[in-house]
Design a binder for this molecule. Sequence first.
Ligand code: RIB
Length: 292
Amino acid sequence: MKKIVCLGSLNLDHVYRVDHFVRPGETLSSAGYSVGCGGKGLNQSIALARAGAPVMHAGKIGRDGGMLRDMLEKAGVDVSLVAEGETPTGHAVIQVDAKGENAILLYGGANREISETEIDSALDAAEGGILLLQNEINSIDQVFRRAHDRGIPVAFNFAPFDPEDAARLPLELLSYLIVNEIEGAGVAGVENPEAILATLKSNYPHCRVILTLGKAGSAFLGDDGTMVTIPPFPAEVVDTTSAGDTFIGYLFAGLLEGMALKEAMELATRASAITVSRPGAAESIPFRRELA
Ligand code: RIB
């Protein structure tokens, strides 16, 4: 089986349970607080590993980030390219409201100090496999270009979305782009799912685009140019944090196993339905045996 290298963020998630998201000028008491492992990169690596895929994580933490490396290692992720530096580990302040929706504030920290040498090591490791990225680390544009020059397929989850990055990043070099409806609309400049997929296909003909639609499931463009929709799997929503990351990890685990895209997306949909039914980020991601 091909391997996957996830070059991505590792965050300490400070999670607050709230009745509603705090408003400008408001002081709000939280009903609960916990610190857990997160970061879109770490979550996606954990999802890949729990799905049974061979995965290496590359990224950076500070001296305070040992629990993140430990969690990855315990999940079976190769952590030999998780570097440690002097800048504090990235963190997220996450409010989860009564409906299970979240609002996330990020501090990049060590995630934004990945050196050229560390990027080169990740590319070396990804030779012959796939490189998976999210938009929470520095030098994404350089990584796209260097990976493309070396013939390494790149999968990019454009989250968090930033319009300036959308204008600047060479998205035409990607093999896979995974976006939600808001991110997809930001990149394509059109609103509805079908138009987003058609526009992205015409702008980036060599890139496979996967569109996640929240409560409406997910979609991609079939070979005949029509939209194929994967319906959602019913779930009692407790906390939506890392549902998208679970989807991506399971999606690529399925593809590495040789599944067709639709089949891999169905697997990913089942996995993320379990994630939303539990609190937390990385810890809420299911093991493959739980999907039976
Ligand atoms: O996708 C969820 C993740 O986004 C959280 O774990 C948080 O750290 C942010 O990166």
